[in-house]
Write a protein that binds this ligand. Structure first.
Ligand code: CMC
Length: 443
C-alpha cells in the first residue's frame, strides 16, 4: 500500500503490473494506462481516439464523486470506517487533548508545534486580531437584517484591499502574514457581523484571552470591564472549532483551491470558500437543522416528519454525508460537547426532538439502507443555540473553524508544482453554428 494513496480509497494491490488495459471497441485498439496510488490519470485517456479529428476520450464526473483533484497530505478520511485524521492524528485525540490554535498550526505546517513554536504562533495570532477601523464603517453599511455569512464573505474579500501585498503568493513571508491575519481576524469580523444585527457596539479583541474566550467576549461583552466566559463553554467552543478545522476536498475547500488556482490572493480565495459553505447542503446545514427541529416542535410530531422525509417531500437535515457511510466521527464527539454545554446552560427542549429523530432514523430501513447517519451539523446547532447565538450565526462558527483547513489546502495547492489553473471540461449539448435571426423574424 502506498502511503500517498488517495484519502478514502482502498489500498492499491501491489502487483508487478500496475496498469489498466483498455480496449476501445470502436477501433479495436488496446491501451495500457498506468495505475498510481489506486488512481488512473484522466489525461491518459485523451490518447484514445477514433481518428485524427477526434478530441480524445474524456472522463465525465459531475459533482466529482470519483475524481481526485489533488494529492494532499493534510486530512485522511475513511468514510466506511468513520476515520478522520489531521496530518495522521485521529480527530478524537486532537479534540480531547489539543487546542484549536495547536490544530491550526498542525494543519498548516504539518507537525504539532513545540512549546516555543506554539507560543510564537499564539502570539502572532493574538496580536493580529484587530481590524482596520475602516472595516467597521463598511460593516455598518450593511442592512440591519443582513445575513452574517454574507457580511463575513464580503468583509474577508475586502481584506485583500487592506493588504494588497497579499497577491504576492509566491513569497513565503507574505503568505505567512496573510495566514496569520486570516485566522486572527475571522472571529473579529464574525463578531462584528453579530453585533451589527443586534444593533450593539462592536467589541474590540481582548489580547489577554485565548482564541475561544476572546471570540465569546467580542460576541457577548456588554458593560463589564472584562468578559469572563465559563471555561466549559470556551472549551466546548474550542472543540467545535477543532472538529470543523478541515475535511479534505469538500465543496468549500474545493472552491478555495479552485479560485486560488488562478493565483488570486488568499482573502479572495477564502471568501469563495465562505460562499460555498453558506449553502444548506454544506455548512448551512447546521442552521437548517435547527429550523427543522423548531418546525417539528414536539416529540409527538417526529414520526409524521420522518414519513414526509421518506415520501421525498423533505430532507432530514444533518443526516447523510458524501463520504461517511457508517458514522461521522465528529458527530460522536459533538454529542459529548452537547452534554457539557447543557450542564452550564440547561437542556434545550429541542434536544429531545433531535434524539427521537436520531433514534427512529437509525432503526428505519429508509435511512439504514441509504447509510444515512447524523453528521457534524446535526448536534452542533444545539450547542450554538445554547450559547445564545441566533441561527444565522451557526454557519459563521463553522467558517471560523474551517479557516485553517482552507488555508492549509490553499498553501499546499500553491506549492504543488503539478497544480495549474482549475479548468474542467464539458460535454457540449447545445446547438451549433446557427445563423443570427433578426428580432422581427423570431417565432
Ligand atoms: N434526508 C433524506 N434522504 C437523504 C438525505 C437526507 N438528509 N441525504 C441523502 N438522502 C437520500 C437521497 O435522497 C438518496 O436517496 P435515493 O437513493 O432514493 O435517491 C440517497 O439518500 C443518496 O443521497 P445522495 O443525495 O446521492 O447523497 P450525496 O452524497 O449526493 O449527498 C449530502 C450528501 C450531505 C449532500 C446529503 O446527504 C444531504 O443533503 N444531507 C442533508 C444536508 C446536510 O446535512 N449537509 C451537511 C453535510 S456534513 C457537513 C458539511 O459538509 O458541511
Amino acid at each position: 500500500m502506498s502511503e500517498t494513496q488517495a484519502s478514502g480509497t482502498q489500498p492499491a494491490v501491489a502487483t508487478a503490473n500496475e496498469t489498466l488495459t483498455v480496449v476501445d471497441n470502436r477501433t479495436g485498439k488496446q491501451y495500457e494506462v498506468p495505475i498510481t496510488d489506486g488512481t488512473v490519470r484522466a489525461m491518459d485517456f485523451r490518447q484514445i481516439k477514433t481518428g485524427d479529428e477526434d478530441f480524445g476520450l474524456m472522463t465525465y464526473d459531475p459533482a466529482f464523486t470519483n475524481t481526485a483533484s489533488c494529492r494532499s497530505a493534510i486530512t485522511f478520511i475513511d468514510g466506511d470506517k468513520g476515520i478522520l485524521e489531521y496530518r495522521g492524528y485521529p480527530i478524537e485525540q486532537l479534540a480531547e487533548k489539543a487546542t484549536f490554535l495547536e490544530v491550526a498550526y498542525l494543519l498548516i505546517f504539518g507537525e504539532l508545534p513545540t512549546q516555543p513554536q506554539l507560543d510564537e504562533w499564539t502570539h502572532a495570532i493574538t496580536t493580529h486580531t484587530f481590524v482596520h477601523e475602516n472595516v467597521k464603517s463598511f460593516v455598518e453599511g450593511f442592512r440591519y437584517d443582513a445575513h452574517p455569512m454574507g457580511m463575513l464573505q464580503a468583509s474577508v474579500a475586502a481584506l485583500s484591499t487592506f493588504y494588497p501585498e497579499a497577491k504576492d503568493i509566491k513569497d513565503e513571508q507574505t503568505r505567512y502574514e496573510q495566514i496569520v491575519r486570516l485566522i486572527a481576524k475571522m472571529p473579529t469580523l464574525a463578531a462584528f457581523a453579530y453585533r451589527h444585527a443586534k444593533g450593539m457596539p462592536y467589541v474590540y479583541p481582548d489580547n489577554d484571552l485565548n482564541y475561544a474566550e476572546n471570540f465569546l467576549s467580542m460576541l457577548f461583552k456588554i458593560a463589564e470591564l472584562k468578559y469572563e466566559a465559563d471555561p466549559r463553554i470556551a472549551k466546548a467552543l474550542d472543540v467545535l472549532l477543532i472538529l470543523h478545522a478541515d475535511h479534505e476536498q469538500n465543496c468549500s475547500t474545493s472552491a478555495v483551491r479552485s479560485v486560488g488556482s488562478s493565483q488570486v490572493d488568499p482573502y479572495s480565495a477564502t471568501a469563495a470558500g465562505i460562499g460555498a459553505l453558506f449553502g444548506p447542503l454544506h455548512g448551512g446545514a447546521n442552521q437548517a437543522v435547527l429550523e427543522m427541529l423548531q418546525e417539528i416542535g414536539t416529540v409527538e410530531n417526529v414520526p409524521a416528519y420522518i414519513e414526509s422525509v421518506k415520501a421525498g417531500d423533505k430532507k432530514l437535515m444533518g443526516f447523510g454525508h458524501r463520504v461517511y457511510k457508517n458514522f461521522d466521527p465528529r458527530a460522536k464527539i459533538i454529542k459529548k460537547a452537547v452534554d457539557d454545554v447543557f450542564e452550564v446552560t440547561g437542556v434545550s427542549p429541542l434536544l429531545e426532538i433531535a434524539q427521537e429523530l436520531e433514534r427512529i432514523a437509525l432503526e428505519d430501513d429508509y435511512f439504514v439502507s441509504r447509510k444515512l447517519y447524523p453528521n457534524v451539523d446535526f448536534y452542533s446547532g444545539l450547542i450554538y443555540e445554547a450559547l445564545g447565538l441566533p441561527v444565522e450565526m451557526f454557519t459563521v462558527l463553522f467558517a471560523i473553524g474551517r479557516t485553517p483547513g482552507w488555508i492549509a489546502q490553499w498553501l499546499e495547492m500553491v506549492q504543488d508544482k503539478e497544480q495549474k489553473i482549475a479548468r474542467p471540461r464539458q460535454i457540449y449539448t447545445g446547438d451549433r453554428t446557427r445563423d443570427y435571426v433578426a428580432i422581427d423574424q423570431r417565432g
